[in-house]
Design a protein around this ligand. Structure first.
Ligand code: NAP
Length: 448
């Protein structure tokens, strides 16, 4: 039987596990550095998107397969090195995602009050690496840079009232911060035009349906040249987006407590402030012949106290693994890792670390199938790992002082989260710090 380790328990990892157990005679350990499974389904999907969150139900079924073990709170690179993995497993699939964010590389970016949307998402999702006090929401004006679905998520969460979110699974400290939020104006800023925006129509539409926020858009922001107008006419998905935006541009402020200002063709050039963000200098742009945004020299300043850059995720290099710093992925061909120009024996990739941070959750399924097909095709010739006792890796982790969270531990965390939530009239409330997660996992094991 082939022994495989999958590093990362997000969609890319779990779909790989699913394909492995469906087609191969395998035993799979799926490792994650946090105590819980599901990666961005738990720590990325917005709390007011329960339908997308419910994908975790399907992922859960995969992880309950008898040939699969979940090993949470195990960090590859720290608790287990690459050579440890090779000693215990015949095949390795790296599906560790893209945990960093891209930067704007403009002056003032590191001022307090300027951070990434992914940091904000991690905070409201209760990621154990993001402290509860990370955001206080005392800014009146917020600038969100970028025109992708993450920008829409953070804008929507900032624009919604506490009442609209109180039945979600947001951690208690996030709900408390939202209850006293002073946010009034959110500026969603894109460096290119509406026809170049990356969001999807369903997500875009939601922003126009907010009960407590007006969405405002200058009709001139929808001006486009003939070639672009033709491209929009020929592309149904794009046309739907433009129709939504066009309808918004006809709206007048309805007197709601908050306002979302959607603004195109502006690029941030400097984040202003001495000890904290006080403003954002923007430059009007135009598109060059290649469709890139170039500055026109026309500048303006926006008063803002919080700047969230939502300009994409970025992969993180793992010790011992090759890494392409330009693209932020592990170089590979069809999921087989490339090392020194050749295919590396027994090493594979899936998900965002394979193809970059693009696509929706389902995209990972096709992607994982390709990777697993490559692994299973190679299986007959893969050298077998020297250590074949499945418990050996658990002993090693124990000896290294790692508090491994098993599937049973995760079940216990779920029960605690459900208890916490139900006491407040919601299905569950997330535990947000590692200590509480580990305590729940350890106390609950054996007390199902
Ligand atoms: P994204 O879709 O790649 O969007 C990034 C945005 O940042 C683009 O508008 C891009 O503009 C802009 N940008 C990049 N560099 C910039 C710079 N230096 N200055 C100003 N703007 C800059 O990334 P994302 O929103 O992080 O989403 C990641 C993936 O997750 C996407 O596939 C997304 O669909 C998915 N996702 C899906 C959902 C959902 O389905 N509900 C929710 C969240 C995320 P340019 O086009 O000009 O580069």
């Amino acid at each position: 039987m082939l022994r495989v380790a999958v590093v990362g328990c997000g969609p890319g990892g779990v779909y790989s596990v699913g394909a492995l157990v469906q087609h191969g005679d395998v035993a799979v350990d799926v490792l994650d550095r946090v105590p819980s499974p599901f990666g961005l389904v738990r720590y990325g999907v917005a709390p007011d998107h329960p339908k997308i969150q419910s994908i975790s139900g399907a992922l859960e079924k995969v992880l309950e397969h008898p040939a699969v073990r979940f090993l949470g709170n195990v960090e590859v690179g720290t608790h287990l090195r690459l050579d440890d993995l090779h000693r215990h497993y015949d095949g390795l699939i790296f599906a560790n995602g893209a945990s960093l964010d891209r930067r704007l590389s403009i002056p003032g970016e590191d001022l307090p009050g300027s951070t990434s949307a992914t940091d904000f998402v991690s905070w409201y999702s209760g990621h154990p690496d993001t402290p509860a006090g990370r955001f206080s929401l005392d800014a009146r004006r917020v600038a969100v840079i970028g025109m992708g679905n993450v920008a829409l998520d953070v804008t929507r969460i900032l624009a919604k009232s506490h009442d609209e979110l109180r039945t979600t699974d947001l951690p208690d400290h996030v709900l408390q911060a939202l209850a006293v939020s002073r946010v009034e104006d959110i500026h969603l800023i894109g460096r290119r035009g509406p026809a170049q925006a990356r969001f999807t129509t369903k997500e875009l539409r939601e922003l126009g349906e907010l009960a407590h926020a007006d969405v405002l858009l200058d009709p001139h922001d929808l001006d486009m040249d003939e070639a672009t107008a033709q491209r929009v006419a020929d592309d149904a998905a794009l046309r739907r987006n433009i129709d939504v935006l066009r309808e918004w541009s006809t709206r007048s402020p309805g007197g709601r407590e908050r306002r979302v200002h959607v603004r195109f063709m502006l690029r941030p050039v400097e984040i202003l402030g001495d000890t904290h963000v006080t403003g954002l200098r923007l430059e009007r742009t135009r598109l060059d012949a290649n469709g890139n945004a170039v500055g026109t020299g026309e500048q303006s300043t926006l008063d803002t106290q919080l700047v969230l850059r939502s300009v994409g995720y970025r992969g993180l290099a793992l010790a011992g693994m090759p890494f392409d710093t330009a693209t932020g992925v592990i170089p590979n061909v069809g999921g087989r890792v490339l090392r020194d120009g050749g295919v590396a024996m027994g090493e594979y990739v899936a998900g965002w670390i394979k193809r970059g941070p693009t696509g929706v959750i389902g995209t990972n399924k096709h992607d994982a199938n390709e990777t697993v097909a490559a692994l299973l095709a190679d299986a007959p010739t893969l050298p077998r790992a020297p250590v074949r006792d499945p418990d050996a890796v658990l002993r090693l982790l124990h000896d290294r002082g790692v508090d491994v969270v098993t599937w049973e531990g995760w079940r216990a965390i779920q029960r605690t989260e459900a208890r916490l939530g139900q006491a407040q009239g919601r299905a569950r409330a997330k535990l947000a710090d590692r200590e509480s997660l580990l305590r729940a996992a350890n106390e609950g094991v054996g007390h199902a």
